[in-house]
Design a protein around this ligand. Structure first.
Ligand SMILES: Cc1cc2nc3c(=O)[nH]c(=O)nc-3n(C[C@H](O)[C@H](O)[C@H](O)COP(=O)(O)OP(=O)(O)OC[C@H]3O[C@@H](n4cnc5c(N)ncnc54)[C@H](O)[C@@H]3O)c2cc1C
Length: 371
């Protein structure tokens, strides 16, 4: 007999939308609440690696990814002047999974909303949550109440539910601040392309319909915006390839979104019948581009696990035990990438020229396996 559970998903980001869809497909009843008043239509872009595209394809998104996004055939690593250090072919690196794609956040959110079989209740948050032996009673901020078998915290890196599940877990600043923006591709960039400086990096990749996503990061001792909100980044990129300076000088470049780069330190994802998915559980630096993959894989594994027979709280713990080694691996690889990135430029040039393919292969191999 398939298990039928009544589940509340808190948060309609990538993790929440994917989890609600995967649970519904396994025969669960799902409610989704989201504190923002409307579906997300802002943000820059996402590089979707082979395992992300595989997980999204299993939700039925492949056509949308192809129609809205752009293929990303390789990752080109360069020094600050644009001299190529390594070119890593995605078809080799992600063999056996799927082709890599660049897409805007807005397009991915819209595609996920379109496959979601239930409406999202926008403008709604949790007011209170009380666990009893066989369920969770909640009150919403609109005075409605509910009783659920499971509550899923898909509420992002600043998760309120994480504080309840693992009060010791916290966000950790990883020593870089970043900006990102979308702009028209006047530079002819048809692959993931990075320029590496000393404590600075500029990345651009296609996201479909002639647009590029640009991502800038800078090593900084404090998570505060060193430009005081002006996004005047040119002073960090003097001496770089003129294409970088031109992209930074576009109107979009001058209004880039700022954020400190942070990760989540916790290793406990469940408390009774409350469980975490996505960034709420395991946010990592984006330097491995694994956030979407980990969120959507969480969704599939949680849905698969809850559809089996057993005590619900035990099944939630089984989900966490199955996922933790993989998300821990990703976080460790992001630390490794940061160490490589912060080498002296001459040393880094040598390491990447002679070892990038090996390093990338080692970091990726376990992620090609099914979760
Ligand atoms: C700069 C940057 C670049 C990145 N680039 C990439 C990339 O190229 N490729 C990649 O795979 N990943 C990338 N990532 C990671 C990726 O963006 C995240 O892993 C992914 O978006 C996580 O989704 P999520 O649904 O867990 O969290 P979120 O997207 O944060 O969604 C959480 C949702 O919960 C809602 N919410 C919060 N609290 C409540 C509440 N109390 N009640 C109701 N709703 C609530 C929020 O409004 C939000 O909609 C990047 C991350 C950053 C910061």
């Amino acid at each position: 007999m398939p298990t039928h559970l009544n589940i509340l998903v808190v948060g309609a980001g990538i993790a929440g939308l994917a989890t609600a869809t995967a649970l519904h497909r396994r025969g669960m009843t799902v409610d989704v609440i989201e504190r923002s008043l409307s579906p997300r239509s802002t943000g820059a872009g996402l590089f979707l690696t082979g395992n992300s595209v595989r997980a999204l394809t299993a939700l039925g998104l492949q056509e949308r990814l192809t129609a809205s996004g752009a293929p990303v055939p390789s990752q080109r690593l360069q020094d600050h002047r644009g001299r190529v250090l390594a070119e890593i072919k995605m078809a080799d690196l992600w063999r056996g999974t799927a082709d890599c794609v660049g897409i805007t956040r807005a397009d991915l959110h819209s595609a996920l909303h379109d496959v979601l079989p239930v409406p999202v209740r926008h403008g709604v948050t949790l007011q209170s949550l009380k666990q009893s032996g066989d369920g969770v009673e909640v009150e919403f901020n609109d005075a409605l109440t509910g009783r659920y078998d499971v509550v899923v915290g898909a509420d992002g890196i600043r998760s309120g539910l994480r504080a309840l599940v693992d009060p010791a877990a916290d966000t950790r600043y990883v020593g870089q601040v970043c900006w990102r923006f979308l702009t028209d591709d006047k530079a002819g960039i048809d692959r993931w392309t990075v320029w590496l400086g000393r404590g600075t990096a500029f990345l651009a990749y296609p996201v479909g319909q002639g647009r590029l996503c640009c991502y800038v990061d800078i090593s900084a001792p404090s998570p505060k915006d060193p430009t005081d909100g002006t996004a005047d980044l040119s002073r960090f990129f003097s001496g770089f390839d003129p294409r970088v300076r031109d992209l930074l000088a576009t109107p979009a470049g001058r209004e880039a979104y700022f954020a400190p780069v942070e990760e989540v330190s916790g290793r406990t994802w469940t408390a009774g019948r409350v469980v975490l998915v996505g960034d709420a559980a395991h946010a990592s630096s984006p330097n491995m581009a694994q956030g979407v993959a980990m969120a959507v894989e969480d969704a599939h594994v949680l849905a698969e696990t809850l559809a089996t027979a057993g005590d619900t709280a035990d099944l939630l713990r089984q989900y966490a035990q199955r996922r933790l080694p993989r998300t821990t691996w990703v976080q460790r690889q992001t630390h490794q990438r940061d160490r490589t990135r912060s080498m002296l430029p001459a040393v880094r040039t040598f390491v990447l020229r002679h070892g990038a393919e090996r390093l990338w292969e080692r970091a990726t191999a376990p992620l090609r396996e099914l979760p």
